[in-house]
Structure formats: C-alpha cells, structure tokens
Write a protein that binds this ligand. Sequence first.
Ligand code: PBG
Length: 321
Amino acid sequence: MRRPRRNRKSEVVRSLVQEHQVTVNDLIYPLFLVEGKNVRSEVASMPRVFRFSPDLLLNEIEVCMKLGIKSFALFPNINESLKDKYAKESYNEKGLYLETIRSVKTRFPEACILTDVAMDPYSSDGHDGIVEDGKILNDETLQVLARMAVAQARAGADIVGPSDMMDGRVGYIREALDDEGFIDVSIMSYTAKYASAFYGPFRDALNSAPKSGDKKTYQMDPSNQSEALIEADLDYSEGADFLMVKPALAYLDVIKLLYDNFEIPIAAYNVSGEYSMIKAASEKGWIDGEKAMIESLTSIKRAGAKIILTYFAKEFAILDK
Ligand code: PBG
C-alpha cells in the first residue's frame, strides 16, 4: 500500500521532504516614517507597527539588520499642510522622505531600500494620480511619477516601486531613470494591484485615504485573473525587474499565474489588513499568531513569490534566529 504518511513520520523526515521554506532573505520590511524627533507612534489598527521619526528609524533599521533583515520598503506619513493637488512634496530634495533615504543609505550602504512611487501620501486628494473633475489623469500623472522616481534614485534608492497602477508608468520611469544615468536602479512594479479592502490599516498609518471616490478606475477588480497577465506583459516589456502581486493571501492564484508565465522574480505584498487580521485574532486568543504568520508566509512562497513584503518581517526574523 502506498502510504504518504511515511514521509511525515518524524520531524527529521518531514524536514527532508519539506518543499518550501521562508527565510529572512526573502523578506522586505515595510517601515513608516513620520516628521519629528524621538517619535515612535503605534498604528492603532496595526499592533506592534510604528511610525518612526528619522532618528528612531535609523535605530530600527540597525536592529533589523542585526536580525538579518536587509531590505526595507519606506513609506512616509506627510504633514497635511505639505500636501497638494500635484504631490510636489514628493520630489522635494529637502523633504522628509528623500532626506531620510539619503541618511539611511549613508549609514547603511549595504541595506536595500525600496521606495514607493505614488502620489497618494503627498496628494491633497488622497489619490495615486492627479485628480481633475473627479477623474484620474493618467499621462499627466506619469510626469510626476518619473520626477519622484528620479529624485528617489538620486537620494540612493536601490529599487523604486511604482504602486500607482497608471498605464505606461514602468516604461516612462525606466526611460527617465536611464536618461539621468540611473541604469542600475531597479523597478519593482506593483503589477497586479487590486482595489482591496485589505489596505485599510495602511491608510490609517499614513493618513492617505482618498478624500473622495475610490481607486477602482486604476486598481484592479478583485474578480479578475487574466487581466493580471495583461498588466504583467506590459510591465515586463516596459522593463520591470520584479513583478508584484498585492494583496498576497487573497490572491495566491494570481501569484502562481505570474510565476508560471514569467521568468523574472515575483514579489507579493502581504498587506496591512492581512497582518492586522492575524494580530487581532491572536490578541483575542483565537488563533496562534506565530503559527498563523509562518503558515501564511509559507503559503505565499509556495504560490511562487520569491520575495515577500511583510509587516511580520521583524517578528519572523526574531523567531528564526
Ligand atoms: C499606495 C499604497 C497602498 C499600499 C502601498 N502603497 C495603499 C493604497 O493603494 O491605497 C498598501 C499597503 C498595505 O496595505 O500594507 N500607493
């Protein structure tokens, strides 16, 4: 009789046959940045996730590097008074975001910094593009995105991450980076980014929720799978170095689809809401949070993501030590 249970009979046999394992090398840790000194404010909807002022962000990165986390995605919480219709603060060299990237890269040149290329943290409308009469203007937005990406590259970004879902942005940004000589700066494209309810806690963290309307004219409909291939084909041909699927857990099929169809590395964003659900249930004692964390990260890797952006990175690294 064929008995599959023989391959599960002991810890050591189970570890021999284990097909997928998450390691700290696969993880990118998203960190929230806020103006000020000595600030460490917890995001109400994301237990144990903080907004750090630049000084404390540097300390946090140092701690994480010692734990083996080497890649970070930085997101700025911008003062409401600095926001405008055109997100001009996004390319202000003296602004919070670019100054901080510069100091992180000066202090930790070996760290990998992934930036966010999108207007929403800086936009008075809270959208990822320029809003005119309730419409998001695609091609006008590209110019802002390219300017932002070049400024981030100049500040030391290793990878720029367009998260805006405008059409044509990967090619437009690639050309702008190359024109300025940043041929080695990579693009991790948010390729299949869905209009998802799971971004709620992130928008709390950055205070970046849309002031009116929703993001459905640019982010994808959760019902669609083949459309992800159209987005991926475009991003690949426009020069993306990585393709990202976001969120991760409700979209494992999309991760697998891109993994099966493209040779470049697939990344998945285990988003804020996915983090908060596990945290909330585990705080209530309803699930074992650590086990649920490892199980969900493993499922993302099993689906085909080589890289996982996750708010669990630090907790995982501590457990893995
Ligand atoms: C916006 C952006 C969002 C996230 C990353 N970049 C939110 C949105 O599109 O509204 C969400 C990340 C998360 O929920 O953890 N450009």
